[in-house]
Design a protein around this ligand. Sequence first.
Ligand SMILES: CC(C)(COP(=O)(O)OP(=O)(O)OC[C@H]1O[C@@H](n2cnc3c(N)ncnc32)[C@H](O)[C@@H]1OP(=O)(O)O)[C@@H](O)C(=O)NCCC(=O)NCCS
Length: 191
Amino acid sequence: MASRTPPPCTLTDLAALPAAQEAAAALLVEGFRDHWPDAWPDLDSARQEVAGMLAAERLARAALAPDGTLLGWIGGIPEYDGLVWELHPLVVRADGRGQGVGRALVADLETLCAARGGLTLMLGTDDEDGMTTLAGADLYPDVLGALAAIQDRKGHPFGFYRRCGFSLIGVIPDANGRGKPDILMGKRIGK
Ligand SMILES: CC(C)(COP(=O)(O)OP(=O)(O)OC[C@H]1O[C@@H](n2cnc3c(N)ncnc32)[C@H](O)[C@@H]1OP(=O)(O)O)[C@@H](O)C(=O)NCCC(=O)NCCS
């Protein structure tokens, strides 16, 4: 397999970078505005998210550009007594995308979660904006059939997570309102 050029970033703990935490909040607002406008509609809600992710039992990792500015960040939340970790949130600065930063953040989180005893990394990725064939459709009664046949319409991140080795593991119909599902994905990380 051809080796990939490493992304132009350094990975480190967001908790150790007070200055980057404000940038992390701004990235949530900017990064989710187009397709998930209700996620973090303003800086205050995003600041609360960042602060919550700095809790001792959670993971919050930053990708820094060579000039020290924040390129992106990722969080991890332990569940099921730490055997399962939820990846939440993940965002890469718009001008830093497509260079492997997102993949590097996910790989780093996988390593850290596995070192803490995690066996599975999972996530929910909403479709509130008609980005996949699961949106705007009645998924019942063959919910899993609809999931297996999912197609991308406009760059939904489930394609990114697939590239990172995640499998589709479920879908919650109408999670965000009628026809707006939450797509569940998971990956084995532990030995
Ligand atoms: C999704 C996101 C984190 C990806 O970050 P990124 O740094 O651009 O991703 P990478 O460059 O590491 O991409 C890794 C691979 O995934 C692919 N990829 C990236 N985004 C993709 C998408 N939306 N659909 C399909 N494939 C995608 C890349 O082409 C690359 O493929 P490769 O295996 O051929 O190299 C970034 O686009 C982002 O922050 N989006 C807005 C917020 C968001 O959607 N967060 C996730 C919500 S659950």
